[in-house]
Design a protein around this ligand. Structure first.
Ligand code: SF4
Length: 220
């Protein structure tokens, strides 16, 4: 068993409390999901349904949900895309921070309320903003309650991720084949410049994180 697999098993122990995985159906998430579902096939898989994803992402999400019988939980904003655009305009162009707050951060923080363990597919190598990521961190939810955020792949390289997918015959989101190394909402995802880090194509390079990973601190 690898260190990552041991970590997954350790934090899926019911003694740690209810667990979930946030999943944008990128390669890393599929690795953690593959490890976790061998122990807990009904692990809640939280997908931030912003309404702005690529058609390919929705299609791959639905394919894998079907093939793996996933316990998919779509987390949505209280505002539909149409209502948000009518009320505030195209926020992903004018104020992406607010758009992410409405469509990602608030729904996720509410969605995490029932859990004690939050698995992610984050890796240090993905971006300078993740360079100090620890495999186990404490995350403070808005009411002040702390939960354990577990990133079993924190130390993995991209090659290790892709080797794992290949070794286990796991299909990947087809957008990777079009040259996107990091995939989020369609309006905020572009291909990075040559040699730039994988997340540099997100939000036109103006920011690196949507805000769902703020409030986290290293756990010792
Ligand atoms: S990534 Fe872009 S479209 Fe998606 S919620 Fe954030 S600003 Fe809005």
């Amino acid at each position: 068993m690898t260190i990552a697999e041991k970590l997954v098993a350790e934090y899926l122990d019911p003694a740690k409390g209810a667990a979930c995985l946030t999943c944008s159906f990128q390669a890393e998430d599929m690795v953690v999901l593959h490890m976790a579902r061998q122990i807990e096939p009904r692990l809640p898989v939280l997908f931030l349904e912003t309404g702005y994803h690529f058609a390919e992402t929705y299609s791959y999400r639905d394919q894998m949900t079907r093939e793996w019988s996933l316990n998919l939980v779509n987390l949505t904003s209280g505002l539909s895309v149409a209502a948000q655009e009518t009320q505030f305009g195209i926020l992903h162009q004018t104020d992406p921070q607010r758009c992410c707050a409405l469509r990602k951060v608030e729904p996720l923080m509410a969605g995490l309320a029932g859990y004690s363990v939050w698995f992610t597919g984050l890796r240090r190598e993905q971006s300078p903003s993740r360079a100090n990521l620890a495999a186990v961190e404490l995350h403070r939810l808005p009411p002040g309650r702390e939960i354990q955020k577990v990133s079993p792949l924190a130390e993995w390289t991209g090659n290790e991720v892709w080797s794992y997918l290949a070794a286990h015959g796991i299909p990947h989101l087809p957008l990777y084949d079009q040259g996107y190394p990091s995939i989020g909402c369609e309006p905020c995802t572009a291909k990075p410049q040559d040699g730039a880090h994988p997340r540099s194509g997100r939000w036109g390079g103006h920011k690196l994180e949507c805000g769902i990973h703020t409030g986290t601190q290293e756990d010792g």
